[in-house]
Design a protein around this ligand. Structure first.
Ligand SMILES: Cc1cc2nc3c(=O)[nH]c(=O)nc-3n(C[C@H](O)[C@H](O)[C@H](O)COP(=O)(O)OP(=O)(O)OC[C@H]3O[C@@H](n4cnc5c(N)ncnc54)[C@H](O)[C@@H]3O)c2cc1C
Length: 288
């Protein structure tokens, strides 16, 4: 299967890419790892007349420590996240989730920026970005914006990125003291996409009481979302089995569960509470 014909540009700076995006507007698509865009183009579900390849921009793939947290370039691949000592030390749930994506071929090409910008309802990293309270830094001609992850995922395959914006950097704030994290997913056996995936970060005080809880859910609904009610149910409590189960049962609150050949809405609702409990227990066991 081949794509429709298109004009190809390979800018060498973000400014040049932003200029091209501004110039070609809705006719253009940015290309990162290509593991979502190219299949869509081959199926003619996406037919951009202009493709702007971010792959030749030297300074978009990096992982740096910043204010005790991380600054990650949008073109950083899953493989780089998975193997980074800095990510393991500062946001291990990101490395853990990246390692569950597909296979080495996809992980060597797919990027964090592509994953978040594509907003696939079954993508792993959107849930992790929510749990880590990421900030998304964008560039357009002569302008930059910083978006909270809570405002970023709008709907199925839809983000708050404007058509002329490039996602440039993902900033992950330092985790609270005495916190732990975990990612649990029920994966599609063929692709490894998340039928349901839950990322959790919890922080405990010196007495083992939960001070901080942040939980992202993917796969369950049309868009990754924050499990606010489950977070609320954890805060201020000791994370014993009953508390975790009760909180996890609320992880699906507000989700309009998807129904497809992989799972019914009812099954997804069940999986959401089961995998939320696993992620919270894993995070709690690593906290303190
Ligand atoms: C066989 C297979 C199995 C997979 N399994 C999984 C899995 O288990 N879990 C999972 O999470 N994903 C999975 N994926 C998807 C994969 O992770 C993709 O790589 C990812 O969704 C998109 O990242 P990319 O870098 O390839 O982006 P691309 O495909 O290049 O781009 C995707 C979209 O994002 C836009 N975009 C890309 N970068 C930017 C940017 N910096 N700023 C603004 N817009 C941008 C593009 O214009 C395009 O619309 C799988 C893919 C395949 C082919």
């Amino acid at each position: 299967m081949v794509t429709s014909s298109f004009q190809y540009f390979a800018p060498t700076s973000v400014a040049e890419a932003a200029e091209l995006l501004e110039q070609h507007g809705d006719d253009a698509k940015l290309l990162a790892g290509g593991h979502s865009l190219i299949p869509l183009m081959k199926l003619r579900l996406s037919e951009p007349q202009v493709v702007i390849d971010l792959g030749k921009i030297g300074d978009m793939a990096y992982i740096r420590e910043e204010d005790g947290g991380l600054a990650i370039g949008a073109m950083t691949t899953y493989a780089q996240l998975e193997s980074s000592d800095l990510v393991a030390a500062r946001a291990s749930v990101l490395a853990e989730a990246a390692a569950t994506v597909a296979d080495p071929q996809v992980r060597n090409m797919g990027t964090i920026g592509g994953s978040l910008s594509h907003a696939d309802p079954a993508g792993d990293l959107p849930a992790v970005a929510i749990a880590l309270n990421a900030r998304l830094i964008t560039s357009s001609t002569g302008d930059h914006r910083t978006l909270s992850v809570d405002d970023f995922f709008v709907d199925l395959l839809t983000t708050a990125l404007a058509p002329n914006e490039i996602l440039n950097e993902i900033a992950i704030p330092a985790l609270p003291a005495r916190s732990g994290s975990g990612y649990a997913k029920f994966a599609n056996k063929a692709s490894h996409y998340a039928i349901v995936g839950v990322a959790a970060v919890v922080g405990l005080d010196a007495n083992g009481v939960c001070e901080h809880a942040s939980i992202g859910v993917t796969g369950a609904g049309p868009v990754a979302s924050r499990a606010s009610e489950a977070e609320e149910a954890l805060r201020g409590s000791r994370l014993d089995d009953a508390t975790v189960s009760a909180a996890a049962a609320q992880a699906g609150a507000g989700i309009d569960f998807l129904e497809d050949i992989h799972a019914s809405a009812e099954y997804r609702a069940h999986l959401t509470s089961v995998f939320a409990a696993r992620a919270i227990r894993q995070a709690a066991s690593r906290a303190g």
